[in-house]
Design a protein around this ligand. Sequence first.
Ligand code: IPE
Ligand code: IPE
Ligand code: MG
Length: 253
Amino acid sequence: MSMDPAVTAANAPGAALRIPVHLGVIMDGNGRWAKARGKLRTEGHIEGVKALRNVVELCINYGIANLTVFSFSSENWTRPKDEIAFIFNLLRRFVASDLQRLIRNNVKVRIIGSRTGLEASLIRLIDDVEAKTAANTGLTLIVAFNYGAKAEITDATRQIARAVAAGTLSPDDITEATIERELYTAGLPDPDLIIRTSGEQRISNFLLWQAAYAEFVFVDENWPDFDEASFVRVLQTYTRRDRRFGGVEARKP
Ligand code: IPE
Ligand code: IPE
Ligand code: MG
């Protein structure tokens, strides 16, 4: 039993937390976590995977239906080659070590992002994880890997333009729903809450379209330090927010 005051308060009767239907997380600060401890950046990424495993479990325990985590951005290709290779291997290792547990926990995995530029074996792995968890009905874990929101919107635009060029879609019939159907997140609700760790206060090309009315909570902890107490503090902050969606009255969730 944790003695952290935030956790204790949240567990107290009457301290009901509002639970987002879709939580997005920009897992940032692995490198700084490592640097602060005189370790290699790659060690920060290893610790980051542990924090991810923990947050997946927390989402299950707190009844969050959809969790999207930003794990590699289309702009992260500008990093040193060996760091990129390490992150890619970490994805492979995560799948190898955690697939059975994810299946046991009824987690449905979906990987969003561009598949161009990924090795064929990695694409097979991604397809395999999605297929093996497709029938699960618990938490949907969406991993944004090789993901960039501008690329996603560009891809969607291209698809729509093709349909118009082929004569199967009239420009007059293009609605927000037409665009949403072409995004990698088709069929998912928009995120209610987006957390970014490490003290940075920016979106870095994450879910630009989908975040139109998301609440943002920025926390100072680096991602490997993000634990249950941090998670509960964020949910408490979210619980206090009024979401008006352009209207006058606050709406749930
Ligand atoms: C987040 O941590 C993980 C990825 C972007 C892959 P960083 O690697 O960005 O760590 P910092 O921001 O440099 O500390
Ligand atoms: C955002 O973090 C991407 C991921 C967490 C995967 P970055 O570390 O890449 O973002 P910037 O460069 O600080 O904006
Ligand atoms: Mg970073």
